[in-house]
Design a protein. Structure first.
Length: 204
């Protein structure tokens, strides 16, 4: 019984990682909007999941899928916000040049870390269910169905202020918070040397 629970947890963790890469890497197309509505937030996520569904069931090679996902990433989320949120308190003392370099390195790191995992989603799909306003954000609920697995919830968080998608939650687990822990651990292993972390993320 416990082993089955662990397998389910690992599968969902993989989804958190793979789909979460979208959140971490992308930038919303065109100029920023002063504000958006719940309908627009839901429409945005509808486009995101439509693109994901097309790619995960395209039958292309892993490297081609990663490239195509990077194209999707380039459309839909706020890279700077999420990367610096993942860096967390360690970024407060960073220079502007370090922050800029970290964002670029973080993008490459996420592409490698998560892009290869989308193969696990082949044969599955994601569907938008509903949206709601929560303070200055919209939470767009989607249902993820992996082949042979029970469906589960994935919530996309969209900023009402600028119309960009800034986080995801898989059954309450935030991708930004998860990455903050991971990046923090990486920094600890390098004794807080941000420049070394940036170089290592760039090198892969």
């Amino acid at each position: 019984m416990h082993m089955m629970g662990n397998r389910t947890s690992l599968t969902r963790r993989a989804v958190l990682g793979g789909i979460g890469g979208l959140c971490v890497l992308a930038t919303f197309p065109g100029r920023a909007m002063a504000a958006i509505t719940a309908d627009k937030a839901e429409s945005l996520i509808g486009k995101v999941v439509s693109d994901i569904n097309a790619i995960i069931n395209s039958g292309t090679s892993e490297s081609a899928m990663i490239q195509r996902f990077e194209g999707v990433f380039a459309k839909y989320a706020d890279v700077d916000f999420i990367a610096l949120s993942a860096l967390g308190p360690d970024g407060r003392s960073a220079s502007a040049a370090q922050k800029s370099a970290f964002v670029k390195a973080f993008r490459s790191y996420i592409a490698r870390r998560y892009g290869s995992r989308f193969r696990e989603f082949e044969g599955g799909r994601i569907d938008v269910v509903s949206s709601k306003t929560v303070k200055s954000r919209f939470e767009v609920l989607t249902k993820t169905q992996l082949k042979g697995k029970s469906p589960f919830d994935v919530v996309f968080v969209v900023s009402a202020k600028n119309g960009k998608f800034i986080d995801m939650q898989v059954e309450g687990i935030s991708i930004v918070k998860s990455e903050r822990k991971e990046i923090g651990a990486m920094l600890d292993r390098r004794k807080g040397d941000l420049n070394q972390l940036i170089a290592d993320l760039q090198a892969g």
